[in-house]
Design a protein around this ligand. Structure first.
Ligand code: SAH
Length: 480
């Protein structure tokens, strides 16, 4: 096992008293727990995080980075230079899982060369249950952590010994979230951040592995969310997106908490917060009260992510989505009546077990009629342990899944080319996030990507932009 008591510290130039004074001053500035760990593990240790998947995973990775930096770790750009390598994994489709296992395999030679390097696999590949099978399959992984929970890693690096994962324990699992969340060095200038408000999911759509891997739905206490949003805005974050698998179910598991409409009203008051968004909504919980709250709160952006998944009623029933084609259409109509010009994004799965060409046509017509702003398209991928994988044959051939996928992609391209042209010559407020080559990249209230060429530093600025060019996926404009 690595001996962290001597590593790093041996590099310390102990004979130069000046450094010792700096060191003591630095130690003094750390919180108590960090101080202890810093002394135990020594300076100069580096971490590297590889992240795949949804916004929740990206948000979890930032927290892990923040926690490790609080313990004195520095970021390493490459796994080769790191003492701790964290893989934050996604398994929502086979392709995502393949990426994680591919990257993990590529670390094997590195681990052989440097056995004291710690490999930590976290996220949905691990899940909240027994990890013994994973240990067998990847014996060179030192520690596995469930989604949104770095406790096993933190224990491992502080005690540097193998530890059994704790039981899924409601109290313990999320206690790390209470602590202050200081943005990690690489993200000090973050403009748009994510804050989880609902962990896990209890809906159990038949195709979806998330409830099995992220556990049951748990809403986060409102005070904790408010504190975190406040702390992030104090650190310069301008836009926050609240996250949950079914975010509009916020508070349903806790009668003492506000609902999502109540929560966004409270968050809206936070000074310095310029924009608030939330995702992902489920049509059945997207209430008029919530839509009205979005309509009445100027800093909550008029953008909804409401997956339809399919357009045929029987397919929707087999997916166990809990609504019909007509009900989905009504949801879109309810949004548009209350907030004309609101943008609506959807998720679609093509080639679900048993989906016939006629049934797919219903999905095609749904998108053609509704002219939504974004459609995240996926080809059905059987996921181990789900109801669909166990009881329904994956009987739509791959080429047919691809054909349906491309038909929808082409349809969206036509719709958006036409729909976006109305923005030509218009002025729209853009919050700029980062510079990509020569252009600054930002988003307008309806979440459209806008690029502007500028020599000035636009990061974090909310500025009016006149749109000069529109395409199906982005706009180009100029500052006015
Ligand atoms: N909780 C959200 C999003 C879940 S995952 C929701 O309620 O919809 C993001 C998207 O991945 C899903 O919306 C779905 O379109 C897609 N997805 C989930 N499981 C899938 C599977 N087995 N095969 C293909 N796509 C899948």
């Amino acid at each position: 096992m690595p001996d962290y008591t001597t590593r790093g510290l041996t590099k310390w130039p102990s004979d130069e008293s000046l450094y010792s004074i700096y060191f003591l001053l630095f130690i003094h500035s750390l919180p108590f727990q960090s101080k202890l760990l810093w002394i135990i593990i020594g300076p100069m240790l580096k971490y590297h995080i590889w992240t795949e998947g949804c916004q929740m995973n990206f948000s979890d990775s930032l927290r892990v980075a923040s926690t490790l930096e609080g313990l004195g770790y520095e970021r390493a750009a490459r796994a080769d230079d790191a003492d701790v390598v964290i893989l934050n994994t996604c398994v929502v489709r086979q392709s995502a899982e393949d990426k994680a296992t591919g990257y993990l395999s590529s670390l094997r030679p590195l681990k052989k060369k440097r056995p004291d390097m710690v490999i930590n696999v976290m996220g949905c590949m691990v899940g909240v249950k027994d990890t013994s099978k994973l240990h067998q399959r990847f014996p060179y992984v030192d520690v596995f952590s469930p989604p949104s929970d770095p406790t096993p890693l933190l224990k491992y690096i502080s005690e540097h010994e193998h530890r059994k994962l704790e039981e899924d324990n409601r109290e313990k699992r999320y206690t790390w979230m209470d602590s202050d969340f200081t943005l990690p060095a690489e993200h000090k200038n973050l403009v748009a951040g994510f804050v989880p408000v609902v962990y896990g999911c209890s809906h159990a759509c038949t195709y979806c592995i998330i409830p099995y891997r992220r556990g049951a739905e748990i809403s986060r206490p409102p005070e904790e969310i408010i504190n975190e949003v406040r702390s992030l805005t104090e650190q310069g974050v301008k836009e926050i997106t609240l996250l949950g698998q079914i975010v509009d179910r916020y508070g349903k598991d806790r009668p003492d908490y506000p609902n999502l409409a109540g929560l966004i009203k409270q968050l809206h008051e936070i000074e310095g917060l310029q924009r608030l968004r939330f995702l992902t909504s489920h049509p059945n919980w997207l209430t008029d009260e919530l839509i009205d709250a979005v309509a009445s709160l100027p800093r909550v952006m008029p953008h909804f992510e409401v997956p339809a998944q399919a357009g045929d009623d029987e397919v929707l029933k087999n997916m166990r989505r809990g609504y019909t084609n007509a009900e989905y259409r009504q949801t879109v109509q309810r949004i548009r009546e209350r907030i004309p010009g609101a943008s609506i994004a959807t998720d679609i799965i093509v080639g679900f077990p048993g989906e016939s060409a006629e049934q797919f046509q219903k999905t095609y017509e749904l998108l053609a009629d509704l002219e939504l702003d974004v459609a995240h398209l996926a080809r059905y991928s059987p996921r181990p342990g789900t109801v669909a994988e166990r009881h329904m044959a994956d009987d739509v051939p791959d080429e047919e899944k691809w054909r349906r996928f491309r038909l929808l992609e082409d349809l969206q391209e036509q719709i958006l080319t036409r729909k976006h042209a109305v923005y030509l010559g218009e002025t729209t407020p853009v919050l700029f996030e980062e510079k990509v080559k020569k252009r600054w990249r930002g988003r307008n209230p309806t979440n459209k990507l806008v690029f502007v060429e500028s020599e000035s530093d636009l990061r974090g600025q909310l500025l009016p932009v006149k749109i000069n060019w529109t395409g199906p996926w982005s706009f180009i404009g100029e500052l006015v």
